[in-house]
Each structure stands twice: as C-alpha cells, then as structure tokens.
Design a protein around this ligand. Structure first.
Ligand code: BDR
Ligand code: CA
Length: 321
C-alpha cells in the first residue's frame, strides 16, 4: 500500500505531542510537513513543542513551519490550565529540542506543498483552523486540490473549561472553522464525544504506558497537567487524548464505531453559543417536504464514537515499535 501523505497542522500542546509521535511512527503514513498555529499555547511554544515531540518520536524529521499567532477575528484564548504553562505539563526533566523551525510562513508553505503535490496530500488539523482557513482565503483554487481534511474538532452541546457548548479548537477560532467547513473540501470531524467514555485512559493504564520505555513516559508525563486536573475535579486519575483519537480515526477508520453525515457549520454570533458546531443531519430526499429550513448537501462526516480498546492497543503498539 502507498503511504498516505499528510500535513499535520498543530497547536502543539500535550495531546498533540502524542498524535505527532503516532504519526511519525506509523509506517503507512508520510508526514510531509508540520505547521504550527496558536491555540493550546502561544505560537512560539507550540512550535518548540512540535520540534520536541518530533525528536522524542525518534524516526524522521519533517520540516516544521510556524503559522498564525492569532485567530482570524477574536483574541487568542490559550488552555494552560489543561496543558501546563509550556503546553507540555511543565516537566523540567524533558529534553529540549535541538531541531530548529524551518523558514517560511506555514500558510505559504501549505499552499506551495499542496500546489506542487499530485492531489494526494491530506491534512490532519489538530488545533484551531486559522492556518488552513487563511490558506483557503488566499488561494481557494489551490486548496481545492486537498482531497480530505480530518479535524479534531466540534461537539454536540458540550462544555469545555472555556465555554458551555463548544469544543476548544472550534471555540478558539470559530470563523476559521466555519471557513474550512464551507470550503468544499471534504471534512471528517472527530468530536469531543468520540474521545471520552472508554477512550479515556485510567491511572493504571497510564502507569502501564509509562513503564514501556522512555517514549511512553514522555507521552504520559507531558499530559500530567490534565491528568492532575482530572484527579482534582473527578477524584480519579484519568486522561483523554483527543488529537491521537483524530489521528487514529484518520489512519484506522475501522476503529470508528459511530458517525453520521451532516451539513456542519459554526455558530458565530451567539452570546452563549459562539463556537458551537451545528449539525444538519443528512436526511433522505423523501423528507424534503417536511423541512421548513433550507437544506444543504452534507459537507462532513462527524465521528461520535471510537473503539476505546482498539485505540489504546494501537497507541501502545506504536510506542513499543
Ligand atoms: C482539543 O483542544 C486541545 O485541548 C487539544 O489539543 C485538542 O486539539 C480538544 O478540545
Ligand atoms: Ca491540539
């Protein structure tokens, strides 16, 4: 099988780090480039964290291009309470990266790579969609060559620590997410729901991963801010890993348990609902007479559940390799 080629766009915080490691250790994937964006942390930190994760992965080193430092319209809201001040759990024992960022702005590089490619380079977006939307705004014609975008993003009404009804990546830059959804590029959205339930790692499972090797310890340690927060809030050590879940859904679609097709857009005006993803479920044509609102063809596949055991086994397999 030919390797699937991807650009990974990331606001590298601690779960992005695990997704980066998985992608670089998956033999069926070739990461053509990483592009960084502000989100979980400010752009500079996201870029350093991306370089650090690449070095820990210990395989090959695609170029890393830094992109947008601010959302398209709103102010940046970071998530240090979830990922730590440095985005990686503030662990002084982790090795700093020796690799350097590559020259050029991420948006320009995305456009060049897609333009020079054969229409086979996909995108995995695991941060706010500012870079991808900026590329679409600049050269929609070039971005039309992207065959598919997998996004970690969106949720049914669901709270995160910042808002009551939106998932972080969409909440952080709602205008950008809406531009991507409305671009005509096929999108798979891996929602927050798909990352919970039996997708969460228990304290015991985390200890197991930590004991595998140095890489396992890195994956667990860099996520310690969230693990500690969960312990404080829910009374048990546990960890969800949304970005690794999105990577797994991308390369191992057989792990997806439930999904639906929908015309998905983002609420941009609501006082309480800004950033909420609105799903118009695809319905059979014979229902046409019933609906009083304008219906649109589906623009997305929305993933709502992933096989937790299969996902965990897959992550452990990649860490052991
Ligand atoms: C998403 O936001 C961040 O906290 C994670 O890195 C993930 O991309 C989850 O809502
Ligand atoms: Ca992320």
């Amino acid at each position: 099988m030919d390797k699937r080629k991807i650009i990974i766009d990331t606001d590298t915080g601690s779960d992005d780090a695990v997704a980066i490691i998985m992608a670089l250790r998956e033999p069926d994937v070739e990461v053509v480039a990483f592009t960084t964006v502000s989100g979980n942390v400010e752009l500079d930190k996201a870029t350093v964290n991306c370089l650090q994760s690449i070095e820990y992965a210990g395989t090959y080193a695609p170029p890393v291009y830094a992109g947008c430092a601010k959302p398209l319209v709103c102010e940046l809201e970071t998530a240090d309470q979830v990922h730590g001040m440095d985005g990686m759990g503030d662990c002084p024992w982790l090795r700093k990266p020796a690799m350097k960022v590559s020259p050029g702005h991420a948006v320009d590089r995305i456009l060049e790579i897609i333009d020079e490619g054969d229409g086979d380079i996909e995108i995995l977006a695991i941060g706010p969609l500012t870079n991808i939307a900026s590329a679409i705004i600049q050269r929609r014609d070039i971005m039309r060559k992207v065959p598919h975008i997998t996004v970690m993003g969106g949720a049914h009404p669901h709270s995160n620590p910042h808002t009551v009804c939106a998932e972080f990546n969409v909440m952080c830059d709602p205008e950008a997410a809406d531009i991507v959804l409305d671009s005509g590029i096929p999108v798979t959205m891996v929602t927050l729901e798909a990352c919970f339930g039996d997708m969460k790692f228990t304290g015991e499972e985390l200890d197991g991963i930590k004991s595998i090797n140095e890489l396992g310890a890195f994956c667990v340690d860099c996520n310690r801010t969230l693990t500690d927060m969960n312990e404080k809030v829910f009374g048990r050590r546990e960890l969800d890993l949304p970005d690794p879940a999105a990577f797994a859904a991308f390369i191992r679609p057989e792990l997806i348990k439930t999904s639906f097709r929908a015309y998905t857009r983002v609420e941009l005006k609501g006082k309480y609902t800004r950033g909420a993803t609105i799903f118009f479920h695809e319905e059979p044509d014979e229902f046409d007479d019933m609906f009083r609102f304008k219906r649109h063809p589906a623009n997305s596949t929305v993933v709502t559940a992933i096989d937790g055991k299969g996902f965990k086994d897959y992550l452990i397999e990649l860490i052991r390799k």
